[in-house]
Ligand binder design. Structure first.
Ligand code: GDP
Ligand code: MG
Length: 323
């Protein structure tokens, strides 16, 4: 692992040009979409590249609901990343929105990273996605994630599986990476930057995301709930941040955050609250700590749990969640 397979099929754009005898580096910018089925590590990769916690990570598939914009700022380039929900068969309104978002994420892109993971065979869902990607008008890179697991799985022939993927789509380049252990991600990023077109800085350099603070805070709460609840709380757990208020306390600033957790059934409410409220308390504590790190301020977090039957089909709630 760790080596690149194919070299770019066309020569990369010139890295610099000469202006009045001076070597002037060209500024590159553009949109990069990370596409892959649920759970392959898209959010992990995005957070690693951007260097901030933007996308939530869980070991349950389909936790990413939005198009998440993460921005990698370099002196010579700005790459704007989208973390897409998995492309799959949509059973509900919310899932329809998710799939639509995912498909939209392929158009207007400068580069697509197709992300998959170490596995024995080409996954059927990958075949479906690659069929969609065949129509893409921009370079598509193949990244096979979770290569840190290879030593534990000698039965997996990574060379063979890579060739199988390459036979399904004409990838510009191929990478074997581990987003978890930060292996070979630099090489992937380098290739992405090299493929970006010449362009302006779209966002101020310190920007890492265009998501609202409310949305990121809500995602933190949702991540903790997904992580802590052993039972499946599929798409039926949603979080809305109702208010964020800053309060001066002596020479310290306290941020009061109120959030509502929506579930679909009272049985789910029982799971979220837990025995003697322990689950909600633990999720709240973990979320508060992450929020304090993110905001650099003391946080008072109040969580409510509400049962709203079929909230995943309620457009008002979805809108408040930023979907
Ligand atoms: P997404 O659904 O594609 O966004 O996937 P996530 O980023 O949420 O990751 C799904 C799970 O895979 C989480 O438990 C991650 O910790 C795990 N994961 C992500 N990248 C790697 C990796 O490189 N190696 C291993 N072993 N696990 C990973
Ligand atoms: Mg994700």
């Amino acid at each position: 692992m760790g080596r690149r397979f194919s070299l770019p099929t066309s020569s990369p754009r010139k890295a610099s040009c000469k202006i009045r005898g001076m070597a002037q580096t060209v500024f590159r910018s553009g949109y990069v979409s990370i596409i892959g089925r649920p759970n392959v590590g898209k959010s992990t990769l995005l957070n690693l590249i951007v260097g901030a916690k933007i996308a939530i990570i869980t070991d349950k598939p389909q936790t990413t609901r939005n198009r998440i914009l993460g921005i990698k700022n370099l002196p010579e380039a700005q790459a704007i990343f989208l973390d897409t929900p998995g492309i799959h068969k949509p059973p509900k309104l919310m899932n329809k929105i998710m799939v639509k978002t995912a498909m939209q994420a392929t158009s207007g892109m400068d580069i697509i990273i197709f992300l998959t993971q170490v596995q024995r065979k080409v996954h059927p869902q990958d075949i479906f996605i690659l069929k969609c990607l065949c129509r893409a008008k921009c370079p598509v890179l193949l990244a096979i994630n979770k290569c840190d697991l290879l030593p534990k799985h000698p039965e997996i022939d990574i060379e063979n599986i890579t060739q199988r993927y390459q036979s399904l789509l004409d990838f510009r380049e191929t990478f074997h990476i581990s987003a978890l252990e930060n292996r070979n991600v630099d090489a992937l990023l380098e290739s992405v930057i090299g493929l970006l077109p010449e362009g302006p800085m779209y966002y101020p350099q310190e920007t890492v995301t265009d998501l609202s603070e409310e949305f990121i805070l809500a995602e933190i709460v949702r991540e903790k709930l997904m992580m802590l609840t052993q039972q499946e709380l599929p798409y039926s757990t949603g979080v809305v941040v109702e208010s964020i208020e800053e309060q001066e306390k002596g020479d310290q600033t306290l941020v009061r955050i109120h959030a509502t957790i929506y579930v679909e059934r009272s049985s789910q409410k029982i799971i979220v609250i837990g025995k003697n409220g322990q689950m909600l308390k633990r999720a709240g504590t973990l979320a508060r700590k992450d929020m304090e790190t993110m905001l650099g301020l003391h946080v008072f977090l109040k969580l409510f749990v509400k049962v709203r039957e079929r909230w995943t089909e309620n457009k008002t709630i979805l809108k408040r969640m930023g979907l």
